[in-house]
Design a protein around this ligand. Structure first.
Ligand SMILES: [Fe+2]
Length: 199
């Protein structure tokens, strides 16, 4: 099956003032679409055509860099749209909050460390909350990489490519990350992915 660009799960202006309509139009309609289109071209005729996006990401890592870049970014963005919602942020679901307390030193430390992972990712990339060997870990990766290729399952990720924040925040990446964690995170999607990761 070919990659397909999913619709945003909310209106383009639904995340304002934290993420503008203009940012979502460019980010979803131009950037994500380009990963889908280029990924499909690179998949055509390859032995990975017909595999799931997760399988393509894992199988192309270190083997086919152009395909990996686009498949990784397709996977990352499919979830990135769902990891946000209008009136997001707020209370962390109980089971995840408890696990954060056990593995990451509590909610405040988790938020600070997650933001710091995004701030300190040099250049383009992502910051993550992932499950690895049954424990929560904060990770950061360059470009289109994600925890799937590091033996972990992502449950929350934030895009720190400039295309994700430069229109709204210019160079203020820390402000974007703070707005993401406090006002945008869709914890229901995190909870769903956590359930799948520990199953
Ligand atoms: Fe992006």
């Amino acid at each position: 099956m070919a990659f397909t660009l999913p619709e945003l799960p909310y209106a383009y202006d639904a995340l304002q003032p934290y993420m503008s309509k203009e940012t979502l139009e460019f980010h979803h309609d131009k950037h994500h679409k380009a990963y889908v289109d280029t990924g499909n071209k690179l998949l055509e005729g390859s032995e990975l055509a017909g595999k799931s996006v997760e399988e393509v990401v894992k199988a192309s890592y270190g083997q086919n860099q152009p395909l990996f870049n686009n498949a990784g970014q397709h996977y990352n963005h499919i979830h990135f749209w769902q990891w946000m919602k209008p009136n997001g942020g707020g209370a962390i679901p109980g089971a995840i909050e408890k696990k954060i307390a056990e593995d990451l030193g509590g909610t405040d430390k988790f938020k600070a460390d997650f933001i710091q992972a995004g701030v300190s990712q040099f250049g383009s990339g992502w910051a993550w909350l992932a499950v690895k060997n049954g424990k929560l870990e904060i990770m950061k990766t360059p470009n289109g990489e994600n925890p799937l290729v590091h033996g972990a399952k992502p449950i929350l990720g934030v895009d720190v490519w400039e295309h994700s924040y430069y229109i709204d925040y210019r160079n203020r990446r820390p402000d974007y990350l703070k707005a993401f964690i406090e006002n945008l995170v869709n914890w229901e999607h995190v909870e769903k992915m956590y359930g799948e990761a520990i199953a």
